[in-house]
Write a protein that binds this ligand. Structure first.
Ligand code: ADP
Ligand code: 5GP
Length: 210
């Protein structure tokens, strides 16, 4: 029997470096798959349709909601963001691991349906550094920057709802922690109990290839 893939949720306030960490993680681990979200936000300078997001208008987004096409969706800073359901379910049931890089509201909704997911909260090394990072990214107006920064103060309180917390001080160190979490999760007995590794037959033949 194929083990279901892992659903890995990487979440945390805007500007903590979720996108940066996911990019490095995916580059180094070709077997991980990123779920591309749909959004009504306008593309930033270097963003590519279908790679960073599927950029759509409000009517298209609304249509997806009506057709139950999202695993979760949320309104974040006046724009809608959603995780298309079909891709994630197909990948997981064929044993592939999927990463969702989503906000905290969305992560909590996913937790209601997929409590077996691996929920990881990314923190900045300090709020001062978070401020620098949002500013450095340079994609926000002053109003939008203030919104994101104020919201971050509220959001860090949700860390206790997650399974893991990773402080993104240095990208390399933080990615190493993410990789370690994923490896450990894949070795959990409750995740592999249905695989050939731990069935009577597997134990009888004394072969333990994972
Ligand atoms: P998020 O996806 O959480 O909104 P980004 O990945 O866009 O955050 O990162 C926000 C800014 O911080 C970007 O300019 C990025 O280059 C920078 N950044 C991310 N991680 C680090 C880090 N460990 N050290 C310094 N700068 C970082
Ligand atoms: P940004 O506009 O900076 O790309 O994203 C704003 C926030 O929306 C980030 O915290 C990002 O993780 C989150 N986000 C991106 N895609 C989704 C999604 O599909 N669902 C939810 N709930 N949040 C998302």
């Amino acid at each position: 029997m194929i083990n279901r893939g892992l659903l890995i949720i990487i979440s945390g306030p805007s500007g903590t470096g979720k996108g940066t960490l996911c990019k490095t993680l995916l580059k180094q681990n070709k077997d991980l798959n990123l779920s591309v979200s749909m959004t009504t936000r306008k593309p930033r300078k270097d963003e590519i349709e279908g790679k960073n997001y599927f950029f759509v208008d409000k009517a298209t987004f609304q249509n997806m909601i009506s057709n139950d096409g999202f695993l979760e969706y949320a309104c974040v800073f006046d724009n809608y963001y959603g995780t298309p359901r079909e891709y994630v379910e197909k990948m997981l049931s064929s044993g592939k691991d999927v990463i969702l890089e989503i906000d905290i509201q969305g992560a909590l909704k996913v937790k209601e349906k997929y409590s077996e997911g691996v929920f990881i909260f990314i923190l900045p090394p300090s709020m001062e550094e978070l401020k620098n990072r949002i500013k450095k990214r340079g994609s926000e107006t002053e109003e939008s920057f203030l919104k994101r920064f104020k919201m971050a103060y509220k959001e860090i309180n949700y860390v206790s709802k997650y399974n893991y917390v990773v402080v993104n001080d240095e990208v390399k160190k933080a990615v190493k922690k993410l990789e370690s979490i994923i490896v450990a999760e894949k070795c959990r007995v409750d995740r592999i109990k249905d695989s050939i590794l731990l069935t009577k037959e597997g134990l009888l033949h004394g072969q333990f290839n994972d």
